[in-house]
Design a protein around this ligand. Sequence first.
Ligand code: C2E
Ligand code: MG
Ligand code: MG
Length: 839
Amino acid sequence: TPLAAPRNFKLPFIAATAILIIAAIYTSVLIMRQQTSLQAVSRYNVTWLLSQAAMELARLESVVGTLAVPGNTTHKDDVQLWLDIVYNRVQLFDSGEVAEFIRSSQESLASGNEFRRVIDEIQSLVDSLGQPENVGLIITKLTQLHPKLVRLAAAGNARGTELVNADLAQLSYLHWLFSALLAGLILCSFTLIAVLFWHNRLLGKAHQEVNGLVTNLKLTSNELSAANRRERQAMTEVRLQNQILQARDTELITQNARFDAALNNMSQALCMADANQQLIVCNVRFLELFELSPGVVQPGTLVADVFRIIAAVGRYDPNLIDGLCEQQQALVSSHSPGKFLQELPNGPALSISHQPMAGGGWVATYEDVTENRHAEARIRFMAHHDKLTSLPNRVHFHDRMADMLNEPSHSNERVAVLYLDLDYFKNVNDTLGHPAGDALLEAVADRLRQCVRDSDVVARLGGDEFAVLQRSVDQPAQAESLAQRIVERLRAPYDLNGHQAIVGVSVGIDIAAKRDTTPEMLMKNADMALYRAKAAGRGTYRFFVPEMDALMQGRRTMELDLREALGRNELEVYYQPIFDLAAGRVMGFEALLRWQHATIGMISPAQFVPLAEELGLINAIGEWTLQQACIDAMSWPSEIKVAVNLSAVQFHGEKLVQIVKDALEHSGLPPHRLELEVTETVLLQDNKKTLLILHRLREMGLRIALDDFGTGYASLSYLRSFPFDKLKIDQSFVREMATRPDCQVIVNSVADLASQLGIRTTAEGVETAEQLTWIRQAGCSEAQGYYFDMPQPKTLIRRWFAEVPETPFSGFPSEGGCNEKYALGLEHELDDKAAAVVS
Ligand code: C2E
Ligand code: MG
Ligand code: MG
């Protein structure tokens, strides 16, 4: 920086000053020395000249004196020489310091003049030295002059001393002056140095200050530029704000236009009033809603007057308008927003939304919601009622039950739930069609309504399930009598569009015993009781008893076990022979599933197959059975077929055809040896899809049999819809052929019908020789039943192949022999088992 330069010169400057000082001291010493020597010389200059003159005069005197001495050898020249010397000396008295000294006083001037005159006189005497008196004269003159000259020399000496002293004083003065100057110089130098130091310090300070200033300046400059930037930004913002404001202005204008448009196109009527309750604006819809003419509601009109006019117009009941004004006035007074509905029972309904505005005014919208209210009521009703029967639905029933259970009971009233399930409703639905089914449900609902008191609640829970909620002090007697009434009333025949139908109802009852009974508990218990009533043969009622819970627990355990059964290898396929009556030999075996439960023992498929269907396990179980049956059949003689039962559930997915294909391919069984048995329920579901699957299976070369034929479905139409290879006449017909002639007729007709359609028939459940005779007479092609053999494990059926005679079969193995005995002997045992299962 520029301030650094002087600082850089400081050292050289100090050095130069030091050198100067040394030089001055040196010079001073030299002067002093010179002064001393000068003093010595100066002091003797005039004195010496005068004393020399005195000495030379004395010499002259002496030389002249020698002349007076006889025999001297002194020559006149010697005298002349010394006289010249003295003369020359006299000459010196006219110049320089000596002359100055001689002129300084009268006495010395007189002495000098006398000396010159005497010398001149002596010169003339010397010139005539040959005269003897001259020597004496000369000596006399000289002797007279000598003391004067000595005095002069002494005066000169004194004068010289004076001068020297004066010079010395002068020199001393000069010396001191010089020293003073030098000291001044040194002082100056020091002062200068001090000033320089001070200056430097000042400069340093100044430098710091300048630096500070520069920093401040920079900061200030930064701040300034930031401020500038901010200013620029602010300017930009202001410009933007301006633009926005302009845009807003434009928007505002557009919005105003839109507001007008919106106001007048609103679906709701709008009214705006100021703090004085005077009208500001109302829209076209407001005029329309209250049928007002535009002139009636001018801005500034009192709102109270407007509503008075509205009441007078009569579009709405004045009571409704009065109520509306009252409610709205309350909101106006409290300055609070609010929404309320003003309606008359079964009459018009207005929905009002009131909103206070700043400054005391308000805005409100009015809407006629009469239709909405009706629709809402309808929706509410629909949400809580069954569409078909208009009875409360499950949700509503549950709520009512919860209400009843929660109501504080002052008497000993107890709530009973009756859970109803129609018996054989499905048959009606399937045989007579859904419209008939619906008509039946409506009729059932009507009869139920007639069975109960007003305080009871009847509900349709879904499908053919109904429920009744009854509260009475006389429980369970009242519930039992109601159940009896219901069973009786519902059992009576129904006329369904010209068709007569008979259905029954099973009823499960539970009565809330404890205070903490929940609706769920009641329903669950009633359901269990219903299950029990059904198991007891339907058309009856049962009360819930705690043991039922244990039974249901058992069922639940069975569910869990069934999920594991396949993995645990507890399932096994048994085989029951099917006899070809014409050929007199076994033509095939029906695969019948068995579940060997680890603790319960053997469980019937009639029990666990529906459970497997319910749990979605039937697909896996069915696939496994099919594979197993195909594999087993491969070890039988090639003409022996295997029949496998399919559940309707297996037709739900897309995989059945592939599963069958895989089973055949995997086992290598030719398709014509596989027979699939389906029940009519299969055809009840998505008919098109089921038929397509059945056709594709049949196209593969295997045979399709219709199982349990005659148990109540519209079988004949199904016979038309698919070319079944076989009908299996249900064992219930065969069993009762001996006792019921109608069964004989049915079996004969079915066998006849089938033979005419080219369909083979199998009579199921042949247990006795008599039954065999009947079905033979009826013309059935095949027979199956305990009379021939029980379903057996695969290891035990091999004997059939060994025992089958080579020639066509003419009689049964040991008629009345082991098979028959075997079959008959087990009959009771089975019944016992069945009874055990039911209980
Ligand atoms: P189903 O297909 O009608 O089978 C005939 C049923 O009648 C078998 O009962 C059989 O043991 C029984 N039975 C045969 N002869 C007589 C007899 O002379 N008297 C009596 N009282 N009964 C006889 P099971 O084995 O208990 O099977 C019952 C039902 O379970 C079967 O009826 C069938 O619908 C179903 N089922 C059996 N195995 C399977 C299977 O693997 N898959 C499917 N989906 N259902 C199966
Ligand atoms: Mg079967
Ligand atoms: Mg059957």
